[in-house]
Write a protein that binds this ligand. Structure first.
Ligand code: KIV
Length: 327
């Protein structure tokens, strides 16, 4: 009976290959197994489990593939992720090619004003202009369809409510889904939120206002100020909060006090997500590597080695070859 069922199931499969009969395929399989297993009955018995086995393999593969599909991250997902205890991954991204390479691999891209140092060779983030931010935000947006794109509001671009709203709207027009101003709740941040502009807040070390790289919130008074600012920003309507360079215990306290997610950088492992400068992750920014950064690749070395190899090929006339040339 099982054998006939197997034949029927196999038959429906082999109909895909006309001229191949199910019985013939199964008989071949059985004959192949007889020397291995002994009798024809044992083979038939084992082969009768084949449909169940193949069905399990098919569905587990399909479920795995389904799970691997990443859907476009939406604004509402930030709170939902926190509710579900699902961590949020965010990387800075500054151009089209890297956006294409990393799209959907992380939940969120930040077109950060670290662009100034990492890409443009400026000495700090204050030198970054809105023109820089707009150009790079549109480049990232052109290469992104899944990850959620946030753009930094550059230094002084939100020094008044009207400026803030105008510049934030230009970033949204360039393809960002949200903007990130630095610091505690201000009249400019309130204006953004009043105008329904999604705001990712940023507390702790805020490079636009502190020139020195140091941990913030170690002193109790400063820690309390960061906690109350975080609560104010949530109440005003920020959808998430970046916490940069603060003690892990303080980041944990803030994370537990808020219903919006915290995204840490140098703020320990209790935050609801983590953000990293992609050039630190890729080993592409040799000037400074903060303790909280993790280098996953050595792109600087790769670029240097590739350039040397090219130089040597050119000097030995090994490049271009015929296949690189035209007739
Ligand atoms: O500009 C940036 O890269 C940032 C992150 C460090 C959060 O603001």
């Amino acid at each position: 009976m099982e054998y006939n069922l197997t034949v029927a199931w196999f038959g429906s499969l082999t109909r895909l290959w006309p001229g191949f009969s199910a019985r013939l395929s199964l008989d071949c399989l059985t004959s192949f197994c007889i020397p291995l297993l002994g009798s024809r009955e044992e083979c038939s018995f084992l082969i009768s489990f084949l449909p169940a086995l193949l069905t399990i393999v098919f569905w587990s593969g399909a479920i795995k593939a389904f799970r691997a599909i990443r859907y476009a991250m939406k604004l509402s997902d930030f709170k939902a992720f926190k509710k579900q205890g699902k961590k949020i991954s965010m990387l800075t991204c500054y151009d089209y090619s890297f956006a294409m390479a990393m799209d959907g691999k992380v939940d969120c891209f930040l077109v950060g004003d670290s662009l100034g140092m990492a890409v443009l060779g400026y000495k700090d983030t204050r030198s970054v202009t809105m023109a820089d931010m707009l150009r790079h935000t549109s480049a990232v947006a052109r290469g992104t369809s899944k990850s959620f794109v946030v753009a930094d509001l550059s230094y002084k671009s939100y020094s008044s409510p009207s400026k803030a709203v105008k510049n934030a709207n230009s970033l949204l027009g360039a393809g960002a889904k949200a903007v990130k101003p630095e610091g505690p709740l201000s009249i400019s941040i309130r204006a953004l939120l009043k105008n329904k502009i999604p705001v990712l807040a940023h507390l702790g070390l805020t490079p636009q206002s502190f020139k020195k790289f140091c941990v913030k919130g170690r002193a109790e008074k400063e820690a309390r100020k960061i906690v109350s600012s975080a609560i104010e920003l949530e109440q005003a309507g920020a959808f998430a909060l970046v916490l940069e360079c603060i003690p892990s215990s303080l980041a944990k306290e803030i994370t537990c006090s808020l219903s919006i997610p915290t995204i840490g950088i140098g703020a320990g492992n209790s935050c609801d997500g983590q953000v990293l400068v992609s050039y630190d992750l890729l080993g592409l920014y040799p000037d400074f590597s903060p303790r909280f950064a993790k280098k996953y690749s050595d792109f600087s070395k790769l670029a240097g080695d590739s350039a040397s190899k090219f130089d040597s090929d050119v000097k030995k006339a090994l490049f271009p070859k015929k296949k690189n040339s035209f007739r």
